[in-house]
Design a protein around this ligand. Sequence first.
Ligand code: SF4
Length: 467
Amino acid sequence: MEMRFSNKKSMQYEPSLLQDQELVKSFGKELFKGGVVSDDSSIAVNSINAPRTLDSKIIYSPYFITPDMSLSFNGDILAVSERLNWLIQFNNAIMIRLPEHIFDVGFQYKVISELKLLRNIKFRMAYLNKNFQREEFIDIDQLFNIEDVTYQGRDNQVLINREIIKIFKILERDVMPQVKVGVHCIRPNKCEFYNFCWSKISIGNIHNISGLTSKQVRYLEDNGITNIQNLPDNFKLSKRTLSEIKAVFRNKPILKRANIQKWFDTIDSNDAISYLNIETFESAIPLYKNCKPYEVLPYQYCLLIRNNDSKQFRESSFMAKSTHDPRYQFIKSLISDINSVGPIVVYKYKMTVTILSNISIVYPEFKNEIDNIIRRCWDLSEPIKSGWYFHHSLTKNKNLKAVFLSLDNNNLYSNLKISDSEKASSYYRLIAELPIRKGGQVISELKEFCYTETLAIIKVFEIFNSM
Ligand code: SF4
């Protein structure tokens, strides 16, 4: 089956208000072209029972409902043939995730089994091929991995029946269920109320300790332990987590000055120091040539350079056009803005190096300059990663903003409309959908945020350096 998707056509999806999941489903429809949308359950059921009488062999969003009308679902795609029928679900993941994807299939299996259609149908799950690299056009045949998951659906029926009973019991209640925060807030997807619910969690709460595994958190929850003060004596913790917990108890930061100073001695301050912050975004469907699913792409940077004999900074920045592949202009601009010698202080070291290395593969003509930049990148997050600095506010989140706020009372971020990288990347992807004036306003807010992050790099650098 030869199915190609033109680059021009795919442009209409980017950047989009559609969530990645919807985007993936729309590509699923391209893979199974020429279908019809049906919300009528009898059409899907009759198609499976008597495929020969069917005009269209592909049904989008097929609807199934059990005879007692208690359970129903809309599938993604029903592909009908005289020999065998497939119910295919499209996911924006790069692997089949347990248990949530198998729950989905198990539920569909249950409904289909109550409709007595199991003999005529198999279940498939389509997910993104993480090794797929887009050429000029998206080859949809290569974009997805498709697996038969019929047996997984069947083997989980005991679990599915138990969950369905649980859900019906909850629905019968006339009060809202009281659910505590937990791993369900971030897995499989981050809940939209995350910031609201988690802002109420106390520092000593077990959910605020990054060193605990989800298994350990579940064990503690099951035993009614929510605060680290009540951890059982024999509870196994890594040395690092233990020292962080002690710091929380004592309300006193961990500070290993000698180690930090040793790290700062590695920076060559004979030349001007550059401070660089890069902001990135990613998309489930590769938007540009040579991109893979969820490849992290840069869309803006802010660079502040200070000569060692001056207190003044030279500022330069870059913001990509949100409808274009940002990489070429990004790297051209960065190479022209940055000094050819001297250290480059970054906080997101690993991400910065990965992005630059990836660009150097796509644009080998910049390889020498990129290698030179990578060689000079200096990791400001090393004291945090190595545990030489820890503050009780960093138990869960150790990003630049959190580290800066733990060290400096002056909140650089307080007046920003966009004040974290996650929000910034979602806004960036929305710009093309916005009216010009609103889009221009978002661009200014994004630039302001990137500049603030770079200032935070300088502040954190100076504070650590003076310890
Ligand atoms: S963050 Fe979401 S999942 Fe977690 S407790 Fe709040 S509402 Fe529930």
